[in-house]
Structures are given as structure tokens and as C-alpha cells.
Design a protein around this ligand. Structure first.
Ligand code: ZN
Length: 331
């Protein structure tokens, strides 16, 4: 009886937490009337948590030469979006990196039309996400790298950096994103990692546990930027969806696409494996948006399907599934 009551309360708690998160996203200032005034960009304000994606719309009835945003030294290309029953305009997806420090930052948008340039200024409130702390035990040689492995890792990091550096001009993605593997999501995006007792880089994606050989699908249309076989991430595919949006799929047992291939949303690009540094078969799914590492699951929640909601913040969906202890899936 007591147990059932407790379960009910915890469910209620969770509902309240979700409600508060949603409220703070929409009304960040009004909720705390006694808080010191926050400087306002003259054109308004957005707010979101570390790892989330903000959808920003600039209503413009006419086509212009270019609409480009700048946020924390990242360039955000805007694209023309026409939806029946809505004012025409330009849309931009602003990613908040999982390690952007909480605070208020300016998002500027330059609207260029021929020689004429007009600027808009918004404030973006970045709120702290409560990331978990994970303790992992791994083979010593996968944590304390010898000189050769360290040199290899550095080279691979550079290869990845170059592959993700550009904002391809063509938008290939569309509004329907696909979950690449139907498996057990671990909910450890952004988690602080302590490996064999030593603090390491936070986890920059989401892990999905699934049996070895399970199909892995591309989350949206794109072009395969590179396929890799790296020390930590194992066999991997990086898909360029255009306008600086990249998705990554790591630890694969098999890769079934080649560099430069065009892929469709839902198309199989490889199979789940445990290559690289992994404690069991799983997919590591990562997303980079104009240089920001965001929670890939925010893509599935983008408010595009039933019409666009201007000013929406995409809250990270709650994790219902906890990884099974008998099959830890990490890295
Ligand atoms: Zn991972």
C-alpha cells in the first residue's frame, strides 16, 4: 500500500518537474519576479538548457539574399520555410552545447537583402542541465593511453574536427527525424565520466543498447561525410544533413555505406556492434549542430510535424528506460 502511494507521489513529482521545466522554458523571467532584471535583446528572448535546441523564426514575407545568426561564435544559417496557414519566414536551429556555461548570451541575426543589412538581437538564457555522474571501469590500456595510441587518438580527433567544420549550404534534412535504433536508451547524454577513478570528457551523445547486428538507420536525409574506424569510437558513420547539422553513429560492427553516399531517413547505414571502447553492443548516437553538441533526442521532439511553433524550446524528453544492469552499454 505504502509502496503504491509512494509510486503515485513520485509520478506526480515527475509530472510537476516536467511542468516546471516547460514553464521555465516559456516564461523564464516571470517565474522569478524578484530576480534581478535580465538585460533584454531588443527583439526578445529565448531560453533553453545545455544540450537543447532552440527553434528561431524570423517572419519575413519576402525572400531575401541571406539570413544568418551568430551565437557564441557559432554561425547559424537560416532557411526559408513556408507552411500553409502560417506567416512566411526564415527558420534557424540554435544548438546549446552541453558545456555552454549557464548565463545570458546574445543571438544576433543579420538579414541581408542586396546591399542592405538589418540586424536583430535576442537574449538567450542558457540554463544548467543536471547531468549524471558515471563511474566506469575499463581496461587500463583504453584509459591510460600509451604514446602510440595517444598519437592515433589526436590524429583521429583532427580528422573528425575537419569533417564537421563546414556548414554545407544545402539543407537535406526534413522535418521527420527517425530514431536510428529501437533499443534501450541509457539517458547519459552529457554525463560526467569518471573512468577507473579519473575524470574524463563528458559523454557527448546518447547510447542505445541493442543486440549485436541490429540495423542502424540514418536519422534523416543526408550525405555520408566520412566513415571511420577510430580508437575510441570504433567503426563509425558521420552523416552531413546540411546547414551545419551532422549526425554520428559509433561502435558499429558493420558499415554498409561509403563516403559520399546519399542516404534517406530510415535507410540502414550499418549494424550495432561494440567496436572501439565499448563495454557491450550498443549504438552511440551523437549530433552536432553548427559546432554545438546537442542531445540527439531533441531532434525527435522538434515542433515541426503539426506546424511550426515560433519560439519553442525543445526540452529533452524524459528517460523512461533505465539500462539493464546485466548488459551495461556505455561509451
Ligand atoms: Zn556513447
Amino acid at each position: 500500500m505504502l509502496k503504491a502511494a509512494r509510486r503515485r507521489i513520485s509520478r506526480l513529482d515527475r509530472t510537476l518537474i516536467v511542468a516546471i521545466v516547460l514553464l521555465t522554458s516559456v516564461f523564464p523571467v516571470e517565474l522569478f519576479p524578484n530576480a534581478p532584471p535580465i538585460p533584454k535583446g531588443s527583439d526578445g528572448q529565448y531560453s533553453g538548457k545545455q544540450g537543447q535546441v532552440l527553434v528561431v523564426k524570423v517572419p519575413l514575407s519576402d525572400r531575401v539574399t541571406e539570413v544568418k545568426g551568430t551565437f557564441l561564435d557559432r554561425t547559424i544559417p537560416f532557411f526559408r520555410e513556408m507552411r500553409p496557414g502560417e506567416p512566411a519566414g526564415y527558420l534557424g536551429l540554435v544548438g546549446i552545447d552541453m558545456q555552454d556555461a549557464p548565463g545570458t548570451y546574445e543571438l544576433t541575426i543579420a538579414i541581408k537583402n542586396g546591399e542592405e543589412v538589418k540586424h536583430l538581437s535576442f537574449n538567450v538564457l542558457v540554463a544548467k542541465e543536471q547531468f549524471t555522474v558515471e563511474h566506469l571501469k575499463l581496461p587500463k590500456d583504453k584509459v591510460d593511453l600509451d604514446e602510440k595510441s595517444l598519437a592515433r587518438w589526436k590524429k583521429e580527433q583532427e580528422q573528425l574536427r575537419l569533417a564537421l567544420a563546414e556548414n554545407s549550404a544545402l539543407r537535406l534534412w526534413h522535418s521527420h527525424f527517425v530514431e536510428p535504433v529501437n533499443g534501450k536508451r541509457t539517458g547519459i547524454f552529457g554525463s560526467v565520466r569518471i573512468m577507473n577513478g579519473q575524470p574524463r570528457n563528458p559523454h557527448n551523445g546518447e547510447d542505445i543498447g541493442a543486440p549485436l547486428g541490429t540495423d542502424v538507420a540514418a536519422t534523416n536525409d543526408g550525405v555520408v561525410r566520412i566513415t571511420v574506424d577510430h580508437f575510441f569510437s570504433g567503426k563509425g558513420v558521420i552523416v552531413d544533413h546540411g546547414l551545419g547539422f551532422y549526425s554520428m553513429y559509433f561502435h558499429l560492427s558493420e558499415i554498409s555505406v561509403n563516403d559520399g553516399d546519399l542516404v534517406k531517413a530510415g535507410q540502414v547505414i550499418g549494424k550495432v556492434g561494440a567496436t572501439g571502447r565499448a563495454t557491450g553492443p550498443h549504438l552511440h548516437w551523437g549530433v552536432k549542430l553548427n559546432g554545438a553538441r546537442v542531445n540527439p533526442y531533441t531532434l525527435l521532439e522538434l515542433p515541426f510535424k503539426n506546424g511550426f511553433t515560433a519560439g519553442a524550446t525543445v526540452a529533452t524528453p524524459s528517460v523512461e528506460q533505465i539500462p539493464s544492469p546485466e548488459r551495461p552499454v556505455k561509451e
